[in-house]
Design a protein around this ligand. Structure first.
Ligand SMILES: Cc1cc2nc3c(=O)[nH]c(=O)nc-3n(C[C@H](O)[C@H](O)[C@H](O)COP(=O)(O)O)c2cc1C
Length: 365
C-alpha cells in the first residue's frame, strides 16, 4: 500500500572518544522510540561521528558555495541532504558541545537548512544542557531549527553499568523529542522545497515548480479529484479516470509520466504531465486548483509542457471533454486545433515549431 513519504530522522552520536557513553545512549533512544517512529511514519537513521571519521575541516571553499573537493565532504553532504531532521546525542565537554560536532556542522551549508534538530544530552551536574545551549546558537546560523522538547540525562542518576536506566519519565521525554522532530520537519517542508528554486516570480508569487515522483501521489490524487468535479459537471459524466483513480493508480502513472507540479507553501496548486510516443508528445492532467484559476497558471504550465517535449517531438496532442468550453478555449488560444471528437471527448493537436539553426551565409566572391 502506498503511503506518503517517510520523514527521515538522523540520530547522530557525537562523541568520538573510545569507550564513550554515546553509543549506549543513542541505542537506548532508538530502541525506545522505534515503535512510535513506525506509527508516525518516521525512519530513524543512526550515524556515529566516530564512524564517519571526518578530519578537521579541510575544504578550500566556504561551505555556502556547495563546492566540495574531498570525498569525505561529498559523502557527509549526501548523508545530511538525504534526511529531514536530526536528533543529536551529545555530551557536554567543558561547558560546550564536543569539537567533532562543531566540526561536522561547519563542513556543510544549505544541507542543514530548515530541518529540525532535537537533543539527547548527557553530562554531570548540568546533564549536558550547556552543550545543548551552545549547539543551538551555532545551529540557528545554519537555518537548523532547534527543538524545545529535550532529553537531558544526568549520568549519576540515569546511567547504570554503562547503560541508560529505564524510566517512564525518560522514555516519555524521548518520544516527545521524536514527535516534535517529525511535526516540525513536516511543517518546514515547504521551506526546504523552496530552497534554491528560481521560480518565485511566476503568476503566483512564492510558488515553485518541481518534477513529481510517486511519493507525491497523495497530493496529486486530492488535486485531480477536486479539479475533475468541474469536468464531471460540465460533461454530465462521472466516468472520468482522474475522479476514480486510487492513490496507488496515481503513484503508478507518476512513475511513467514526467509530471510537473506547482507548489506554494507546501500545497500542490497545479500540475501537468507529459510523455512522448515516438515523435508525438502527449500532454495530460493539466489542472489548476479552483481557487487559483484566472491568473494564467494553466497557460504557463501548458507552455512548459510543450517546452519539455520540444526536443523530442514534432507534434503535441491532448484531449478534454467536449463540453469543457473553458479548456477548449485555452487550448485554441495556444494554437491547438480540434482533430476529432468521439464519445464526448475532443482530441486536439498542434505542430511544434522549432527554431532552426540559421544557414551559414554563402561565401562572397
Ligand atoms: C574533555 C571532557 C570535558 C568534560 N566536560 C564536562 C562538562 O563541562 N560538564 C559535564 O557535565 N561533564 C563534563 N565531562 C564529563 C562527561 O559528561 C562524561 O565524561 C561523559 O561520559 C562524556 O561523554 P562521552 O562518554 O560520550 O565522551 C567532560 C568529559 C570530558 C572527556
Amino acid at each position: 500500500m502506498f503511503t506518503t513519504s517517510p520523514t527521515r530522522v538522523m540520530v547522530l552520536t557525537c562523541s568520538t572518544r573510545p569507550g564513550s557513553l554515546g553509543p549506549a545512549i543513542a541505542d537506548w533512544f532508538t530502541t525506545t522510540v522505534s515503535p512510535l517512529a513506525a506509527r508516525l511514519g518516521a525512519r530513524l537513521q543512526p550515524l556515529s561521528l566516530a564512524e564517519l571519521a571526518l578530519p578537521f575541516l579541510d575544504e578550500e571553499e566556504h561551505p555556502s558555495s556547495g563546492i566540495y573537493r574531498r570525498p569525505h565532504t561529498k559523502r557527509w553532504s549526501e548523508l545530511v541532504d538525504a534526511v529531514d531532521g536530526f536528533i543529536v546525542v551529545t555530551p557536554e565537554y567543558n561547558y560546550g558541545m564536543p569539537a567533532p560536532l562543531k566540526n561536522a556542522l561547519d563542513y556543510l551549508g544549505k544541507e542543514w537548512a530548515w530541518k529540525p534538530m532535537g537533543f539527547i544530552s548527557y553530562g554531570n551536574t548540568s546533564a549536558g544542557t550547556r552543550s545543548v545551549q551552545h549547539t543551538k546558537e551555532v545551529a540557528t546560523t545554519l537555518r537548523l531549527v532547534p527543538l524545545g522538547a529535550t532529553v537531558a540525562l544526568r549520568i549519576h542518576d540515569a546511567i547504570v553499568d554503562g547503560r541508560v536506566r529505564r524510566s517512564p519519565r525518560h522514555d516519555a521525554a524521548a518520544e516527545g523529542v521524536l514527535r516534535e522532530a517529525v511535526r516540525v520537519s513536516r511543517a518546514l517542508r515547504p521551506l526546504r522545497e523552496a530552497l534554491g528554486q528560481d521560480d518565485a516570480e511566476g503568476p503566483v508569487p512564492g510558488s515553485h515548480t518541481r518534477v513529481m515522483t510517486p511519493d507525491d501521489a497523495g497530493e496529486v490524487t486530492v488535486l485531480q479529484r477536486c479539479c475533475w468535479v468541474d469536468e464531471a459537471l460540465d460533461n454530465d459524466s462521472l466516468a472520468l479516470a482522474p475522479l476514480r483513480e486510487s492513490v496507488d493508480d496515481v503513484a503508478r502513472w507518476l512513475s511513467q509520466w514526467r509530471t510537473t507540479g506547482l507548489w506554494r507553501d507546501g500545497r500542490l496548486i497545479a500540475m501537468v504531465r507529459v510523455r512522448h510516443e515516438g515523435r508525438t508528445g502527449r500532454i495530460g492532467r493539466l489542472a489548476v486548483a479552483p481557487d487559483m484559476r484566472g491568473v494564467g497558471i494553466g497557460r504557463r504550465l501548458l507552455r512548459r509542457a510543450e517546452a519539455d517535449l520540444a526536443a523530442e517531438c514534432d507534434r503535441v496532442e491532448l484531449s478534454t471533454g467536449a463540453k469543457s468550453t473553458r479548456n477548449i478555449a485555452l487550448y485554441r488560444s495556444e494554437g491547438f486545433v480540434i482533430d476529432t471528437e468521439e464519445d464526448g471527448v475532443v482530441h486536439l493537436g498542434k505542430a511544434l515549431t522549432r527554431d532552426l539553426p540559421t544557414e551559414p551565409a554563402p561565401p562572397v566572391g
